[in-house]
Design a protein around this ligand. Sequence first.
Ligand code: B12
Length: 197
Amino acid sequence: MEQQAVEQHGKAEPAGLDVVVTTMASDSHTWNLVFLQLLLQELGHRVTNLGACVPDELLVAECRRIRPDLIVLSSVNGHGFQDGRRVVAALRACPELARTPTVIGGKLAIEADGAPARREALLAAGFDEVFEEGSSAREFGELLRSLPAGAKGSPALPEAVAATGARAVGAGPLIVRGAGLAAAGPDVLRVGTGARR
Ligand code: B12
């Protein structure tokens, strides 16, 4: 794993991001959260995983307490579109979280159709990026690497994404190119293949 370090006040500090991974109040699925936690940790980031069925108030309170570099919301039960808009409004209402990079992904609705419109609505509601399975999930790895550790919300994610030249919209599986997994090849992980029971 790539171990970058920054010198700060004479001490070496890890360069990874502080990331909150969570689902929302209605969603009891957990393996999506475990997957995201392991992926982020493998890429050198520090993860606080809030778990399943997190009430809005608790989610917001933990984000205010932790002041993460990135908030990752995941939902697969089909209610993510509704839950996500409600939760991101609550996060953005907190001055200290108003510019914290915040993304959502997973199976966000019952129907696969309508992903582009959902994406636009979620962006308008306050998300910086949307990784809906099978429709717009690409470049998560580049996006992670584009965020400066310790910035706590500045610059906003769209500016950071633009700086990488990453394509934010596109069909197909999410392809994560992890710097820490570079030895395994350029495209080392494929997630969100759209498999449903
Ligand atoms: C296991 C499972 C359960 C278990 C969960 C156990 C647990 N501890 O998690 C149990 C039995 C409890 C369960 C319950 C329910 N489930 Co369920 N469940 C599944 C199942 C079979 C697998 C989910 C799983 O663990 N996948 C493995 C993880 C690693 O993958 P994942 O969740 O797909 O996440 C991936 C991507 O979505 C992506 N991703 C996810 N989030 C994010 C975020 C970002 C930022 C990024 C980049 C990527 C990303 O990355 C992950 C890795 O590839 C799926 C069907 C399926 N094949 O997916 C249904 C499924 C998710 N369940 C479903 C439903 C409807 C339910 C229930 C509502 C059923 C019911 N009527 O009670 C309840 C949920 C109740 C609730 N309050 O949420 C539906 C959701 C419908 C939809 N979205 O269209 C599914 C798709 C089944 C189906 N085809 O209908 N479920």
